[in-house]
Design a protein around this ligand. Structure first.
Ligand code: SF4
Ligand code: SF4
Length: 416
């Protein structure tokens, strides 16, 4: 049944030189521009429970992942890390490099930066305040400058449709390599305009980038936990550059995604790990579908990055203009229930069409948790139990304390 249109969002075409596109938003999808947010809660959690990078908080499973990859993935990932290291190193010191000229007084350089970013290949470019509420604790002293330039680089369409596969991992990590390199070029351009530019590497993230992209009007948060941008949904890799350049900030936009995801639910229904949840909760001040990390992570590590939640998203596959037009005309989610959108193969388990999910034994969900220290303590405790206890007096005392500590458990002090 045809829907009444509330408003039409106008965006630049997908590629440079292509005409603008119009995205009709049905009246029954309207909520708020950007994400429903309680700023006081965002502030409170950021101050009292600052977020930290998974490279630290989840270091145990990051290490473990290297032991789980297939030999092909392992070899490719090692090569990627070698290729990526100089880009990460260059980004780390990019904020210290001085501008090459003095800035032209009063000149707003937004258009110049946007044009250069588009020329370099970024498919979405937006400007917003650099909101430190989303900066990792360990990066707070590193991150500089007050404006954020949000940059999304689209990853290959065909390779992405093969998810989960090694082919799709080439697209995933290959796009990061390109993004990291062209971001350094864009930073050099900003310096040539008279300003500083700090590249926040897409492989050494300084914080959560999606809220900044949403604030810059480049999409909204999907139920899959990813940014759904207008042309390629979440089939993109994100990074930011912070700068002291004189720029004009964009505004958040209501693309109708907050409600559309409630109707669609394809990613939730298709996740092989049952890691995506149907209902939204308030999480650190944002109303969102909170992914269950401990269910997603082992499946992602085992099956070539998984990302089925990206592959089956209609916005990724068809683009927002087509999906929203279809919804306005029919009231339906384009592709939902079809093999084309929802089907996938899982290595060793077979093919799964709409309505079919693989069985995951409980063993896959048994993996190391927490920081490296947490993991060491756990291993030590297991060794004590296996060996019947240590020999020396000091070790006995330590073991007793450790057993008390581990027995009581961190969870007893947390309500998260
Ligand atoms: S990556 Fe895979 S396991 Fe994780 S949420 Fe997406 S579909 Fe589920
Ligand atoms: S698959 Fe559907 S529910 Fe999931 S993120 Fe995409 S649009 Fe939203």
């Amino acid at each position: 049944m045809a829907k009444t249109i509330s408003h039409i969002v106008k965006r630049p075409g997908r590629l440079p030189g292509e005409p603008d596109v119009e995205i009709p938003i049905a009246e029954d999808l309207v909520t708020v521009p950007g994400s429903p947010t309680r700023e006081r809660d965002v502030s409170f959690y950021s101050r009292e429970y600052p977020i930290e990078t998974q490279n630290i908080e989840k270091a145990a499973d990051r290490e473990w992942g290297w032991t789980i990859y297939t030999p092909e993935v392992l070899e490719y990932r090692k090569g990627h890390d070698v290729a990526n290291k100089p880009l990460i190193d260059a980004a780390a010191v990019s904020g210290d490099i001085p501008p090459t000229v003095s800035p032209e007084a009063g000149l707003d350089v937004t258009d110049s930066i946007r044009a250069k970013a588009t020329d370099l290949g970024f498919g979405e470019v937006g400007f917003t305040k650099y909101d430190r509420h989303y900066t990792f604790e360990s990066k707070k002293k590193w991150a500089r400058f007050s404006s954020a330039i949000c940059l999304a680089l689209e990853q290959d369409y065909d390779q992405t449709q093969t998810i989960p596969s090694l082919e799709a991992e080439y697209a995933h990590f290959g796009t990061y390599e390109i993004a990291g390199a062209i971001a350094l070029e864009l930073a050099a351009h900003i310096r040539s305009l008279g300003y500083h530019a700090q590249v926040h590497s897409p492989n050494d993230n300084s914080g959560i980038y999606i809220p900044l992209f949403v604030a810059a009007g480049l999409g909204q948060l999907g139920a899959n936990g990813q940014l759904l941008s207008p042309h390629f949904g979440s089939r993109a890799r994100l990074l930011i550059i912070t700068t002291d350049a004189k720029v004009t900030h964009d505004e958040p936009i209501d693309y109708g995604i907050n409600k559309f995801c409630d109707t669609c639910q394809v990613c939730v229904d298709r996740c092989p790990a049952r890691a995506l949840v149907k209902d939204r909760v308030w999480w650190r001040g944002t109303h969102k579908n909170k992914l269950i990390y401990d269910r997603c992570r082992p499946v992602m590590v085992t099956y070539e990055g998984c990302a089925i939640c990206m592959k089956v998203c209609p916005i990724q596959k068809f683009g927002m203009p087509e999906v929203m037009q279809h919804y306005v005309e029919t009231g339906e989610v384009k592709g939902k229930g079809t093999e084309e959108l929802e089907g996938y193969d899982l290595r060793g388990k077979g093919h799964f069409g709409p309505g079919e999910l693989p069985h995951m034994g409980k063993e896959i969900f048994e993996f190391p948790h927490g920081t490296q220290t947490d993991w060491l303590v756990t291993q030590f405790k297991e060794k004590l139990a296996a060996n019947g206890g240590p020999e020396t007096e000091d070790a006995v005392e330590f073991a007793e304390k450790l057993n008390v500590l581990v027995g009581r458990g961190d969870d007893a002090q947390s309500d998260e």
